[in-house]
Design a protein around this ligand. Sequence first.
Ligand code: SF4
Ligand code: SF4
Length: 422
Amino acid sequence: MTEHEKIDRKTFLGGCGKAFLGLGLGVSCGKSSSREEKVAPSGSGNSSPAPAGTADSAAPADTAPARPKIAYRTLGRDGIEVTEVGFGASRTMNPRLVDYALELGINFLDTGRSYANGQNEVMVGKVIKGRRQQVVINSKVRFASLEKMQKDLESSLSALGTDYIDSMLIHGASKPEHLDSPEVREFFSRAREQGKVRTFGFSSHSNFIELLELAARDKFHEVIMVPYNFMGSYEHMLGGSYNEWDSQALARAIESCGKAGIDFIAMKGCSGGFKKEGTGVQTYRAALKWILQNPYMKTTATAMGNFQEIEEDANAMGAGALNTEDKRLLEAYAASYSAWYCRMCGQCSGRCPEGVDIAGVNRLHMYAVGYGGGMARQARREYAALGNASAAACEDCTACRVRCAYGLPLGRKLTDAHALLG
Ligand code: SF4
Ligand code: SF4
């Protein structure tokens, strides 16, 4: 696409937000397959714990929250009972958050061997000590030689302080061999025989529609964890990578897998999780309800950064179909997102005569506006480090000479960013 072939907001919303919000499962943004990620997202191996000063440290509400209606589905061929909403631990190293999620009744915890260099599993292990039977653990190892995967499994068991992992996945599968190589088959078959894993499969952030089609034919894996949300896209809050997909193709692939007996864990369910952007709408609960409309989605690996998010997310369980208000919230989010959201496509790179790093400024602006708190402070620090590539020059520019491929109003957006971050 050239810079002149911009996608205007009306086209985007007409082809994307409204269409999939109404359909529930048949989601489409009318876009082609996923874009190559620039930075590995959460769950792909280099995740780090939430930066100091994020909302992790916020306390639960003074008044006791309404108890969520706990609803279960079953995962894997042995029918492991999992709560419809699960806690994705990749974004936190705060055991109080995990503990609070369990206290509210969530029983599914997602972690990974590589999160925080193994320390995320250690943190989860401490929280579940003494209540292992009440918790369902999902963890992940990287595709490697049989010996290395077995060694990593042992490390996970040790870090978690358990002798079995309920659901073990190949982490970040992106090629057919990550699913069907002899090493993977041997690894999982043996681990199950030894009682070290109850069910298994893979997670994937890229090329996942093709991998799902393969899994549906192959019928070896029992569980798949994929990005799945009402937007058909997400931006990773720590890495900054952007990914979008053909949601109708994904829905078809999920259905093929579901009919082959494969269950799903949804990740990136809040499409980046911006809460306050534009309209101030809070969409997490509605976003999770949207996911749970799909019967093949058995639970979610939802990153929850503070106590309030845990409460909001937990209340999506047993909440039934999307109602008019949910749809309004999601549509408002989609509209806000479309008008604000930099897809990090790089098409404006090097176009500003003043040397402004447009995508970089936009990314930091979205963090500050969308997440606030510790992320806003971090965004200000990173913005200061941009030096001459910051948007300071935009203040003196009468008309932005760069055209965004997605129609973002760059002049206004960049001056707003500088006012907030500069
Ligand atoms: S407003 Fe001016 S200085 Fe800022 S990005 Fe556009 S052309 Fe560059
Ligand atoms: S502002 Fe963002 S979405 Fe627009 S062209 Fe630049 S990188 Fe792409």
